[in-house]
Write a protein that binds this ligand. Structure first.
Ligand code: 13P
Ligand code: SF4
Length: 361
């Protein structure tokens, strides 16, 4: 797919990957000291440990969005994460600030499962039945910038895994139904927790594969999309963990299936899970269903606790950002490609993001 963020700037010479990692970290620390407050590095929890350790802010996607929106002193924002996060930072940063992504190829396959033309087709299904006026479009943060713009233009809002319930409440205060894209699992898990029935809308089928009555009466239409990193986890993994560690506390990300969420002790965003581990007493045992880099780092940082993964699952796109492409970006900013979005996408995407940021958690 074609990234909705356009990149500018010539190709540059890259750091050889056999260069000693410790030396690159040392160079990075010098560069950061030289830039001072002018440079801010944001790092998502799924990033490699060496990246998170160099970041000025680490967090879940909501926290990093807020951080991008609040960097008054910065001239340069480098986002270590995947494309939808970087685009959101571009939309929320000051226009004078330059935003960079160390690897433009780091996308999100789940975000690619919905796009503006496909969602516009679903919206036309609603319009033809006079239902669009009472429908609130809600897009997960994990979506392209032009889809956030479509959502903003049509009175909708963005949500993340940490505020999705509040966002659904916001939407139901303004409309009778929600169309939610692109993650069916997060949408279903939130609807379940609110006691609201949801139905799958499959964009490849006429009317989403629903009957006329089902489509008209649905309270939550769920786009058929998923994250392969999280649908990997099963209840069998949880059963195994409980058998192995009888005192285990099982946590999973809400992108997991409803069965996995139902069998877990806690479901929450990456930061919410990190906080649970940080606040637990020494000796506590956790089994976690989310991306492996975060779990390895938690185990390393909390060596007095027992932190396990439910099963190894890596996000290859998060992994595409590494020490070397981060260093290449920082040491040669003039030639590094900046993230630039069309004006209308910036304007309408900001509507949907600002509505989300205005909700107090
Ligand atoms: P969080 O918002 O919980 O950090 O999740 C982001 C993500 O991409 C999960 O797959
Ligand atoms: Fe996308 Fe899943 Fe990777 Fe998150 S973990 S960035 S949803 S592919």
């Amino acid at each position: 797919m074609i990234p909705s963020a356009m990149m500018t700037g010539p190709q540059k010479i890259t750091t050889p990957h056999d260069m000693d990692e410790a030396a690159v970290v040392e160079h990075m620390r010098h560069l950061k000291a030289e830039f001072g407050k002018k440079l801010v590095i944001l790092g998502h929890h799924y990033q490699r440990r060496e990246i998170v350790e160099l970041a000025d802010f680490r967090g879940d996607s909501l926290e990093l969005c807020r951080a991008a929106a609040n960097q008054d002193d910065a001239e340069i924002i480098i986002f270590c994460g995947v494309r939808f996060m970087v685009e959101s930072a571009r939309i929320l940063a000051r226009p004078r600030q330059r935003v960079y992504h160390p690897n433009a190829r780091a996308g999100c396959p789940m975000a690619d499962m919905a796009n503006a033309p496909l969602v516009e087709k679903a919206w036309r299904d609603l319009e033809q039945r006079g239902l669009h006026g009472s429908t609130i479009p809600v897009t997960y943060m994990n979506s392209d910038a032009d889809l956030k713009a479509f959502t903003g233009r049509n009175g909708g809002i963005v949500c993340t895994s940490s505020n999705a319930t509040k966002v659904f409440e916001w939407a139901f205060a303004r409309g009778e139904r929600i169309i939610f894209y692109p993650d069916e699992h997060l949408g279903r898990n939130v609807a379940n927790s609110m006691g609201i029935e949801s139905l799958i809308y499959d964009p490849r089928e006429p009317l989403g594969g629903l009957t006329e009555d089902e489509f008209r009466n649905a309270k939550v239409l769920l786009w058929k999309g998923f994250c392969h990193v999280h649908t990997h986890f099963t209840t069998a993994h949880i059963d195994e963990a409980r058998e192995k560690w009888p005192d285990v506390y099982v946590m999973s990300h809400p992108e997991c299936t409803q069965e996995v969420i139902g069998a877990s002790d806690f479901a929450g965003s990456t930061s919410q899970m990190c906080r649970k581990v940080a606040e637990a007493p020494a000796g506590a045992t956790f089994a976690i269903g989310t991306e492996i880099n975060m779990i390895h780092r938690l185990a390393f940082e909390h060596a007095d606790k027992n932190v396990h993964t439910l099963s190894r699952s890596l996000c290859p796109n998060m992994y595409r950002v590494n020490l070397y492409n981060l260093y290449d970006t920082v040491r040669d900013l003039e030639n590094a490609p900046q993230v630039i979005l069309p004006d209308d996408v910036m304007r309408d995407g900001k509507l949907a993001l600002d509505r989300m940021l205005a909700i107090n958690l």
